[in-house]
Design a protein around this ligand. Structure first.
Ligand code: AP5
Ligand code: MG
Length: 217
């Protein structure tokens, strides 16, 4: 299965992608996590991406597309893309990359949620910077505040989860990423989930969409 997660910041894409990795063995490809790793390592790409990410803007298409092409080279089997594509140019490039490999997308899951709920979620998010795992102070807290349940290391709040940057990211989503709803709707690949339901309800809805798709293939 090759799946794309589409949806605004805070919708739960990363959280659910990690669950799919465990449940269906699909490799999570999170462009946000990969870019943050480049920044932590101080690579050329990390330095190029830094200013855009700090401002809550999108990193230029050419950089992100090249990065995904490189990821696809390394992947064998199914995947879930979380945070890519985010522009029509990225979606077209992904279609070309997958067509060249004879591995088209199977489904695009669209997470829907209203702005105020997403802002509240991002304000409460705590992240393990070592593996991208997220918690939420209100809805999904770690056993000990500020500490990851599994590796025992510290959790951080992402620098782009400041209120003015959250507002910018939501604005960028509306302007640059929302057109993909139409793009994938026309391709007949879109399945909608209500991102405001509980973690397990959203996971079940996604799992049933994937099982239905597997049964069709
Ligand atoms: P990225 O890291 O992708 O950030 P984002 O799209 O803003 O999305 P988030 O990670 O904030 O939200 P999420 O949907 O993953 O939510 P999560 O699961 O954490 O991108 C960061 C930056 O990198 C971009 O701004 C851009 O600069 C750059 N970038 C990345 N990809 C790019 C691309 N393709 N092109 C150009 N630039 C790119 O959940 C949020 C919180 O809610 C957590 O606390 C979680 O525990 C909680 N939660 C989740 N689901 C539920 C639920 N059902 N109920 C209750 N709580 C929940
Ligand atoms: Mg994420």
């Amino acid at each position: 299965m090759r799946v794309v997660f589409l949806g605004p910041p805070g919708a739960g894409k990363g959280t659910q992608a990690r669950r799919l990795e465990t449940r269906f063995g699909l490799k999570q490809i999170s462009t946000g996590d990969i870019l943050r790793a480049h920044r932590a390592q101080g690579t050329v790409l990390g330095r190029q991406a830094e200013g855009y990410m700090q401002r809550g803007e999108l990193v230029p298409d050419t950089l992100v597309i090249e990065m995904i092409d490189h990821e696809l080279e390394r992947i064998r089997g199914g995947f879930v893309m979380d945070g890519f594509p985010r522009t029509v140019a990225q979606a077209e490039a992904l279609d070309r990359m997958l067509a060249g490999r004879h591995t088209p997308l199977d489904a695009v899951i669209l997470f829907r949620g209203d702005r105020s709920a997403l802002i509240a979620r991002l304000g409460g998010r705590w992240t393990n910077p070592r593996n991208g795992r997220t918690y939420n102070a209100l809805t999904n807290p770690p056993k000990v505040a500020g500490i990851d349940d599994d590796d025992g290391g510290p959790l951080i709040q992402r620098e782009d989860d400041r209120s003015e940057t959250i507002a910018k990211r939501l604005e960028v989503y509306d302007a640059q990423t929302k057109p993909l709803i139409d793009y994938y709707g026309k391709a007949g690949k879109l399945v909608e989930v209500n991102a405001l339901e509980s973690l397990s309800a959203v996971a079940e809805r996604i799992a049933s969409a994937i099982c239905a798709e597997q049964a069709r293939n």
